[in-house]
Ligand binder design. Structure first.
Ligand code: SIN
Length: 304
């Protein structure tokens, strides 16, 4: 069940989310060997980063919290990996400044293999930095600079990863800022930022950086993810939206398609289950398609 977002071909519409298990060469080659519809890298910065210190990931059945702080091997490593990744490769870019992102993106244009880009505007965990996609005053100027200084149309596809929005007027606010640019896809949602999970027995937060504050994932955030996909699809009927947040089963994938997604990404469940999750979830999804006698994704109609 292939799909295409601009020139980016996805073997199946289920991919890994930039986050867990996509940092090292082994991670990326394991994804290459899996059924994930593409290989999506960890968000990369100009310099290699260790990320935040101490215990920085915790999960239970329905919830995860992380404050990783963008640990990654630096943008050049992810560019080099384009020689080894044979399937479609989406590099997540999370530079710490506009200048860094311009440098990183221009470098990726020089790679022999064409890549897709997901610009991460929504990491909640870098100490001292807010989430750009919540700063409506800066967002438009930032994207203007990116589109002026980088030949974005040369990427297989260019998308932005957004945080969750909770207020209906905010969707319109974001729409007003980003609809001016030829963006090929939106990925929503990143984790629900700045949550706090406390272990009452230890009388401490379950993670250590930022006094325990981190991004929430897992099945409890699925309704927020669905609503963000749905609300953005209403505003951008022609935009490809990659849904993310709380997907554990084929049924969850089907729900994201009903909300308006063209493809989905898996984060917390991939962290738990490893690359086998793509095959299992895809097979569950195909079973649902079969039970409804649907032959292709276009048979799934977005809810009104
Ligand atoms: C992290 O590395 O802190 C998570 C990445 C993200 O939320 O964008």
């Amino acid at each position: 069940m292939k799909i295409k977002i601009k020139d980016l071909e996805l073997e199946i519409p289920i991919l890994n989310a930039s986050g867990p298990r996509c940092t090292t060469e082994k991670d990326l080659l394991d994804l290459e060997d899996s059924l994930s519809g593409a290989v999506v890298s960890k968000s990369c910065t100009l310099e290699k980063r260790e990320g935040n210190k101490g215990k920085r990931y915790w999960d239970c059945e329905t919830l995860s919290i992380n404050s990783m702080g963008l640990p990654n091997l630096g943008f050049e490593f992810y560019g080099e990996m384009s020689k080894k990744v044979k399937k479609s490769y989406i590099i997540s870019v999370g530079g710490l400044s506009l200048e860094d992102n311009v440098t990183i993106l221009n470098h990726f244009l020089t790679l022999e293999k064409k890549v897709g880009i997901e610009l991460n505007l929504s990491c909640p965990n870098v100490i001292g930095k807010g989430q750009l996609a919540y700063d409506f005053d800066c967002l438009e100027g930032y994207l203007t600079e990116i589109f002026q200084r980088v030949n974005i149309s040369k990427f297989l596809a260019f998308g932005i990863k957004l945080p969750p929005y909770f207020e209906l007027t905010h969707y319109v606010g974001v729409y007003m800022k980003i609809s001016k640019f030829p963006i090929d896809f939106i990925t929503c949602i990143n984790s629900v930022g700045n949550g706090l999970v406390i272990d009452y027995e230890r009388e401490k937060p379950v993670i250590e950086p930022k006094n325990g504050i981190g991004g929430l994932g897992g099945s409890i955030i699925k309704p927020v993810g669905l609503s963000n996909v749905y609300n953005f699809k209403k505003l951008f009927p022609k935009m490809d939206i990659i849904g993310c947040g709380g997907i554990e089963t084929g049924k969850d994938v089907f729900e994201y398609f009903l909300a308006g997604a063209s493809a989905v990404q898996i984060g917390t469940q991939f962290h738990k289950e490893g690359t086998g999750c793509f095959k299992r979830i895809y097979e569950e999804f195909l079973e649902i398609m079969k039970s409804k006698n649907y032959k292709s994704l276009s048979d799934i109609k977005t809810i009104p």
